[in-house]
Design a protein around this ligand. Sequence first.
Ligand code: PEP
Length: 256
Amino acid sequence: MRKPIIAGNWKLNKTPHEAIGLINELKRELVDVEGVDMVVCPPFTALADAADALTESNIALGAQNIFWEDAGAFTGEVSGPMLKDLGVAYVIIGHSERRQFFHETNETVNKRLRAALKHGLTPIVCVGENLAQREANKTFDIIKDHAEGSLSGLSAEDMKKVVLAYEPVWAIGTGKTATPAQAQEVHAFIRQLLIKIFNASVAESVRIQYGGSVTPENIAALIGQPDIDGALVGGASLKAPSFAAIVKAAQKLEIS
Ligand code: PEP
């Protein structure tokens, strides 16, 4: 049984001050939660304050990106040792917004992934097709390309430390969610790919989150699918009541 994982991707939102406020609310709402991994991913500028606010809580801290070199002349980048030193445990890699707006490729995703693993951070690696690709029946080709390219050269042992997120681009921030059946179909396909690229034991243990307009209303049906192990949540992670409701729905399923 894979432990559900719900992560909040705050994107370009929340000052350090606002982050502390949201985390304090989340801590109150989620103090009793067990059996679900919970992660919040504030922007870099709020990580230090977020780490302080999260001390001794059951919520882990994640970053939204990582550079592949540890240090040097790379203006504007943030490295694994810097994140680790702050108490960061997870890092989102290859989010579609990074692929779309910042020229992220499978190759750079792979470099970031290796850096995260090297520094003991848990990577959340995103894959997903856009609307044109879905409408052209290219969904599986894109997922295969993203998965094979992003995970290239990883050992089976390392792959077991990775979390994957299936995020159809057409469902991100649009209010359009993939139906549970649409999401399950792709998650099952990803699990088959993991068998081919690695082995059955990797495929069985890797957690695959769904992301794309997840809300307290639709989470139960999504996470009720056999191959959906959690959610990467954007908009609904910016308010404590909605993020907490999503976590609690995942916990309910875990207990039932
Ligand atoms: C995301 O940021 O990864 C995401 C899925 O956003 P939203 O939940 O707002 O669609």
